[in-house]
Write a protein of this length. Structure first.
Length: 83
């Protein structure tokens, strides 16, 4: 996947993940970063359980990225609350 595709997928996944986790979003830049990290984490988690990770710019990869973004956001909020 190209860098631009990762950015687009990460931005959308981070935005959707932020809306699912805390209903207000974290801001454009943090949504983008957490979404891209979430896509990587989601790909790793899915491959850990025997499924395919992010395979390109498609619906399946979008679901993987959103799931990963939600996991990353839950961990982010837990750390933020603890500090």
């Amino acid at each position: 996947m190209s860098i631009l595709a990762w950015i687009v997928l990460g931005l959308v996944a981070g935005f959707i993940g932020s809306k699912v986790v805390n209903k207000s979003g974290e801001g454009l830049i943090l949504d983008l970063v957490l979404g891209i990290v979430g896509a990587v984490v989601g790909g790793w988690l899915f491959s850990l359980f025997g499924a395919h990770g992010v395979t390109g710019l498609n619906i399946y990869s979008f679901v993987v990225a959103v799931v990963g973004a939600i996991v990353v956001l839950v961990v982010y909020h837990a750390i933020k609350k603890a500090v």
